[in-house]
Write a protein that binds this ligand. Structure first.
Ligand SMILES: *Cc1c(COP(=O)(O)O)cnc(C)c1O
Length: 381
């Protein structure tokens, strides 16, 4: 079976992890701070806080922005559930904004309409988690201009988009948001096995996020509420979690980050091949925008005439591991119990009905890719 995504591990990656095992601390050594520094250099962000998953990073972003009961957080239905769950962890309400049919990112028109309605109802969101679906950045400047007057915080869920660009700046720089989140799950741009990070330009947000990622404990005397009893002293000043990344994971992430650009280029080349080979088929192919360069996490196609379930089955029976990204979050039983129903976000629901993710990853061979193209062309004819 050709999977839809697969990580790449090189001898350098293995050596980096073995070096930690044989010679270094396993936790709280120098690899995590070095990985954080490398992420800042790669993206242009001022601060990076590594976490043990992208989901943990989303949670500490919400905590650091003081999101809690009584607040509302918006996101889009076409994402992984973590984009919404992070707000629920903090006791906030979640609502969704429909997607744009071309980019599958948050729709600017729908966002603008919903903000007008929310202003009238005095129920504006405290934050919006925008998702750079499939690796293509949202139009952050436009989203900022819609939300800025009301002081709405923006969190970029860039789990798909490390290595992408927006207005010639690397995704993660957080020029137009309070914070950006990456995931280093094995199907993403680079992997640390499990792992994630929060990036920000805001030193105070960085300080709070770091506190929440490590039990709410500080060893910095200036952050304590009394004078330290002695050099051993630490204080728990908030209720935090243990969301730390281990040194093994950080060493793997660092080693992978060195070749992130090469990995994204390999994805982009293969995406170009799909575009060329599939353009005459009855499919809507993922488009670009003039302002962003995708990191090509996914290659999502939309069927125009055919039944998705049938094509899915034909492809899987031929050894092609197509997938579906995503089941709209508001249709999950947990969110239905919170009051959402089918029909609430029609563009997202229609996209879900018609979409298939084709295999795309750096080591997808030319031969494997031709098998995918051949199988899809045959199944649509
Ligand atoms: C992968 C992913 C996450 C969560 O990442 P983990 O590292 O698996 O916790 C969050 N949001 C989106 C859009 C993702 O694709």
């Amino acid at each position: 079976m050709i999977p839809y995504g697969r990580h790449q591990i090189t001898p350098d990656d293995v050596a980096a992890v073995v070096d930690v095992l044989e010679n270094r601390f396993l936790t709280q050594g120098d690899q995590v701070p070095l990985f954080e520094q490398d992420l800042c250099e790669y993206t242009g962000a001022c601060h990076a806080i590594a976490a043990n998953s992208g989901t943990s990073a989303l949670h500490i972003a919400c905590l650091a922005l003081d999101i809690g009961p009584g607040d509302v957080v918006w996101t889009t239905p076409i994402s992984f559930v973590a984009s919404a769950n992070c707000a629920r962890y903090c006791g906030a309400d979640v609502d969704f904004v429909d997607i744009d049919p071309e980019t599958h990112n948050i729709s600017l028109q729908a966002l603008s309409d919903r903000l007008d309605a929310a202003r009238r109802q005095h129920r504006l969101p405290k934050a919006i988690v925008v998702v750079h679906y499939a690796g293509l950045s949202c139009d952050m400047q436009s989203i900022r201009s819609l939300t800025e007057a009301d002081g709405i915080h923006l969190i970029e869920d860039a789990s798909h988009a490390l290595g992408g660009y927006y207005q010639e700046r690397p995704v993660g720089c957080s020029d137009w948001s309070e914070a950006t989140i990456f995931s280093f799950h094995p199907v993403k741009s680079i992997t640390s096995a499990e792992g994630g990070a929060l990036l920000t330009r805001d030193p105070e947000l960085a300080r709070k996020a770091r506190l929440f990622a490590s039990h709410g404990i500080t060893r910095d005397a200036s952050a304590m509420e009394d004078n330290p009893d002695g050099p051993w002293y630490y204080q728990q000043v908030a209720l935090g979690y243990n969301y730390r990344l281990s040194e093994l994971h950080a060493a793997l992430g660092r080693s992978q980050l060195v070749r992130a650009t090469t990995l994204i280029e390999a994805r982009a080349t293969k995406a170009g091949r799909y575009c060329e080979a599939l353009k005459h088929l009855p499919l809507r192919l993922p488009g670009g925008t003039e302002f962003a360069r995708s990191a090509w996490h996914l290659y999502p196609v939309e069927l125009m005439e055919h039944d998705r379930s049938r094509i899915y089955e034909v492809m899987v029976s031929r050894g092609i591991g197509v997938n579906v990204h995503y089941i709209p979050i508001h249709l999950q039983p947990y969110y239905r119990r919170l009051g959402f129903s089918p029909g609430d976000f029609p563009v997202a629901e229609s996209f879900y009905q018609k979409m298939l993710t084709l295999p795309l990853f750096p080591e997808l061979s030319a031969d494997e890719q031709e098998q995918v193209i051949h199988a899809l062309t045959e199944s649509l004819n």
